[in-house]
Design a protein. Structure first.
Ligand code: FAD
Length: 482
């Protein structure tokens, strides 16, 4: 179509509207022919607003069709149809992936949101999640059944989108990363076959999808572990705010704090209502015991926070009040790197440049967050069963400026890369490591796959030799298998 438009434009014909007959590929009418293969509640549309993205920054373009699947079999039929008609496809669940995807010539978005079941089993030790189930939906079902399931801090993100890249959240302190909690999945392969993947069925693929999932297939459903609820689901959470002149002491405290499996802390720089920089620590204690929580975070309380919003909350509502950051659209480029320890001089420079950046650009929402977990459980579980490679990261640093005006991209890119470089230079690791779900998109493959890359590459040759799932840090196939 583009070719003909260009050709016609040579003869002065422009603004060509696309007649319905262009909805074809060879002799195939894509919408009608594909729809005929799908279940009654599935649909096919050329309206891309049915597959909204969280960030429009470098977001994939050029897709022509969105398939809104209603059953697992719809994914099978769509993949087979795409293969038969030489069309590319891309699976989308929550649409929150922020890395710079390479969709290339991507004809079909398979929107998995219709696969949104969340069901706790009778024994209350497993939860079945659909390929498009959101974390909030999983959490609600878990809370209703008095179990804990691993989930991140936002209800809007898809549960499996998070788990297939590794998965960080407050529950990893006790239960390991989200990928460790995957028991088995139903997966549609590159050839369009629906298979079960578990310890007993294709265990090599189970290892691969626990950290590099989007490269190996489309997970239509997953059985994940559910854990007995603790303390009747009572949790302690809130924000401690510190004056920015405490930064050196704060960094020292974070570096030396003894995290127990109850404790996490996600902290960030922010500007208060007077435009004064502050440090805001989101602290969390898994048992709702206020005294124990305050004792655990004593080292921070000793720094005399100027505000304290901590309170006891219920598990079902732990992510409430965070939906503002869930909104789709706008520009939200992200940079991230793993840190062994926090380097005060680097953070002081970042704070000063953060204040100047906000003043210069007017971009008031800039998430500059450091995530601190208790890592014993994930280290104890180890990498044998999962391709997720970086269980030795102590702190996850990420920066995400949020804005609308694309003309600000160059200044934002300069700032984001600069902050990331400061973190990299002081990361404490010889080889940089970045959690893949937080990555910008320009990192070398070793930086996101670590030591798992070689085995992942062999498995890619086995499961996706033609690279149909190559939109997200594509894993190369070994040369002798091409
Ligand atoms: C507001 C926000 C909060 C976040 N919080 C956390 C957090 O607490 N913890 C954390 O670890 N990460 C978090 N992240 C990062 C998150 O893990 C990634 O953005 C993740 O990729 C989002 O998945 P998605 O399905 O919503 O996005 P999508 O863009 O739909 O998918 C991302 C990638 O996963 C693939 N994919 C999704 N579902 C499937 C499936 N069923 N089968 C195969 N491939 C699939 C897609 O093809 C794509 O390559 C957060 C992101 C945002 C924007």
């Amino acid at each position: 179509m583009v070719f003909y438009q260009k050709l016609l434009s040579l003869f002065g014909v422009t603004n060509l509207s696309i007649p319905p007959s262009w909805n074809t590929h060879g002799s195939t009418n894509i919408t009608q022919d594909l729809l005929a293969k799908l279940s009654p509640n599935a649909s096919v549309t050329t309206d891309l607003s049915f597959a909204p993205r969280w960030s429009d920054y470098h977001s994939p373009r050029g897709s022509k069709y969105v398939v809104l699947v209603a059953e697992e079999q719809d994914v099978v039929e769509t993949v087979k149809f795409a293969n038969e008609n030489d069309l590319n496809f891309f699976a989308q669940a929550g649409g929150h992936g922020w890395t710079s995807f390479d969709w290339g010539k991507n004809d079909i978005i398979i929107n998995l949101r219709g696969l949104n079941q969340a069901v706790v089993n009778e024994a209350k030790d497993e939860i079945l999640l659909g390929g498009g189930t959101l974390q909030g939906e999983a959490l609600a079902e878990a809370a209703a059944n008095d179990v804990f399931v691993v989930a991140g801090g936002f209800n809007c993100v898809s549960a499996l989108g998070v788990a297939l890249g590794g998965g960080l959240g407050r529950w990893i302190n006790r239960y390991g990363i989200h990928a460790d909690n995957i028991i088995k999945v139903n997966l549609v392969t590159a050839e369009g076959e629906l298979i079960e993947v578990s310890e007993n069925s294709h265990p090599d693929l189970l290892w691969a999808i626990r950290g590099a999932g989007p490269n190996f297939g489309i997970v239509t459903s997953a059985t994940m572990q559910a854990h007995p609820i603790l303390n009747k689901g009572q949790l302690w959470e809130g924000e401690l705010t510190f004056a920015a002149d405490k930064l050196e002491k704060y960094i020292e405290a974070i570096n030396t704090m003894n995290y127990t499996e109850d404790m996490t802390n996600h902290w960030r720089f922010a500007l208060n209502e007077h435009g004064t920089p502050v440090i805001v620590a989101n602290v969390f204690f898994m048992s709702g015991d206020v005294e124990a929580a305050r004792a655990g975070f004593k080292i921070l309380y000793d720094l005399e926070p100027i505000a304290d919003t901590t309170e006891v909350k219920q598990y079902a509502h732990i992510n409430d009040g965070r939906d503002a950051l869930c909104a789709h659209g706008g520009r939200k480029p992200a940079w991230s790197v793993g840190l062994k320890s926090l380097d005060y001089p680097s953070f002081k420079t970042i704070l000063d440049e953060f204040v100047k950046f906000v003043a210069d650009t007017g971009i008031m929402t800039t998430i500059m967050q450091i995530e601190c977990y208790h890592n014993d459980a994930m280290r104890r579980i180890g990498s044998e069963g999962a391709s997720y490679p970086f269980r030795d990261i102590n702190f996850y640093a990420l920066i995400i400026p949020v804005y609308d005006d694309a003309s600000l991209d160059p200044v934002v890119e300069t700032f984001g890369s600069r902050v990331n470089d400061l973190w990299k230079r002081s990361s404490g690791y010889e080889k940089q490591r970045t959690y893949i779900n937080f990555a910008h998109g320009d990192e070398p493959l070793e930086q996101v796959y670590g030591d798992s890359l070689c085995r992942l590459s062999q498995l890619k040759g086995k499961w996706d030799p033609l690279g149909r799932f190559n939109q997200w840090f594509p894993i190369p196939v070994p040369v002798n298998e091409l």
